[in-house]
Design a binder for this molecule. Structure first.
Ligand SMILES: [Zn+2]
Length: 466
């Protein structure tokens, strides 16, 4: 037995109460998509106040996670997407952007979700995105491109008019395992909750809809909060509550997002001349489109009850607050902050569950950093007799503690902001504190979850072998 494995085995024995085998072992992985430290701080400033604390701040362990991404030829790339980062978390393998649990040579890589199911654990995925979006997809499916969400898209699709990659070898028409949604419903998962009605409505082979295929795999299929509340825990459960991404909880005043600073005509003559007009201050307000959307915490509570019913072995549950990222792409800070509030509510439920089930590892982390930055209000140089303003887009938000928080977006001039390349934070409960280190590479988060759940580490770390 290699020395590192012996050490890990000893560590695992220490984690078990009284040296005995625990009866139920659970992992709850909460992913805030794009939940980098700028967003953590935005959320804290708005939801708890500058000197307050979020629930994530009260967890006993905190680490910094280096995100790793490869080019298609295997060279390092310094900014990730949600597909390659979710693949790192789900498989311990670093891959290229857009890939779902496949390596750069297009080989399938086993996921912690699949290994957990094989070992007799229950598995659940809960998200505010479509179930077929990159983060949930990477835990229970394998395709060469994230765009291959349904039986139509697997044959090719467009996004904003731009052709997206097909995954022809994966199509069931060609003898493959199918698109992401087809692989999810045949994965052996116990609970799948999020958006994605449009993919369940599509037709797979033999003129069968994906919804009918799901029913054939014994899934009860629900599409409303009331049906979710009435779901039984004997059958696997799939809930889809919108066509794709779920509506977000908050928005800016009347739907406002970050805006450009206006400059006077004189400013065209010189950077040192003219006047500027900053965007007006805005409030965060309820998003009317959210009204009937089941809260992420409600979906999580249902998943926890379902996964822990008649289950002595334990489960792996991934919960994603997806739109911290999606609203940052849209330059909508209130949208992101409302989704941070949803993540906090999920964490509260996870902690309550762990109180009653001590062998529960809780990890909260982000997949990659995002575009938002918190800037001074007003600019540090406001006393200078020249116009100083950000070339990016600005939102100035009234905070509940009576101040103004200025959020800026300036990664590009296009319709959608870019991800950024900073480390991301990770927070964990006491169980995680014994497994993790203050600095981690993202694939090592997978290895720690595998070690805790299955007592085995899969290749990916290099020095550790099963
Ligand atoms: Zn994104």
């Amino acid at each position: 037995m290699p020395r590192t494995v012996a050490l890990l085995t000893t560590l695992l024995a220490l984690l078990l109460p009284d040296g005995a085998h625990a009866s139920m072992r659970n992992v709850i992985l909460i992913i805030g998509d794009g939940f980098d430290d700028q967003h953590v701080t935005m959320g804290r400033n708005y939801l708890a106040g500058m000197s307050g604390k979020l629930k994530v701040d009260d967890l006993s362990f905190r680490a910094s996670v280096q995100v790793e991404t490869l080019s298609t030829s295997g060279a390092p790339r310094y900014v990730a997407d949600s597909a390659n980062t979710a693949t790192s978390l789900a498989t311990g393998k670093v891959t290229s952007m857009g890939r779902i649990a496949t390596d750069i040579d297009d080989r399938d890589v086993m996921t912690i979700g699949e290994r957990a199911i094989t070992a007799g654990f229950k598995v659940g995925l809960v998200t505010t995105s479509s179930l077929t979006d990159a983060t949930p997809a990477s835990f229970l499916s394998h395709v060469s491109a994230r765009s291959c969400e349904g039986p139509e898209e697997v044959l090719g699709s467009t996004y904003y008019g731009i052709p997206q990659p097909a995954c022809l070898a994966d199509a069931r028409d060609n003898g493959g395992p199918g698109s992401i949604i087809e692989q999810l419903v045949s994965s052996g998962a116990s609970v799948l909750l999020g958006g994605g009605q449009k993919f369940l409505a599509q037709t797979t082979i033999d003129n069968e809809t994906v919804a009918a295929m799901a029913a054939r795999y014994r899934f009860q299929v629900v599409s409303s909060a009331s049906a979710l509340a009435a779901a039984n825990f004997e059958q696997p459960l799939i809930g889809v509550f919108s066509e794709e991404t779920l509506a977000v909880r908050w928005r800016g005043t009347d739907g406002r997002i970050a805006e450009a600073t206006e400059t006077s005509w004189l400013h065209n003559l010189s950077d040192y001349l003219g006047d500027t007009k900053e965007p007006d201050v805005m409030d965060c307000e309820p998003n009317p489109e959210y009204a009937d959307t089941p809260p992420l915490a409600m979906m999580t509570q249902t998943a926890l009850e379902h996964l822990s019913t008649d289950n002595d072995q334990g489960f792996f549950l991934m919960v994603e607050s997806a739109s911290i990222d999606k609203q940052s792409h849209k330059r909508d800070p209130c949208g992101s902050i409302g989704e941070i509030e949803q993540l906090e509510e999920v964490l509260e439920q996870a902690l309550e569950f762990a109180d009653a089930h001590p062998d529960t590892l809780i990890i909260v982390t982000a997949d990659h950093a995002q575009a938002a930055q918190i800037l001074p209000e007003p600019t540090l140089y406001s006393g200078f007799p020249i116009p100083i303003y950000s070339p990016g887009l600005t939102a100035r938000i009234n905070t509940p503690e009576g101040s103004v928080m200025r959020i800026n977006y300036a990664t590009n001039n296009g319709f959608s902001e870019e991800h950024t390349g900073a480390n991301v934070p990770l927070f964990a409960n006491e169980v995680g504190a014994r497994l993790l280190r203050p600095f981690l590479r993202q694939r090592e988060v997978h290895d720690a979850m595998m070690l805790f759940l299955l007592g085995a580490v899969t290749p990916g770390l290099g020095e550790i072998t099963p």
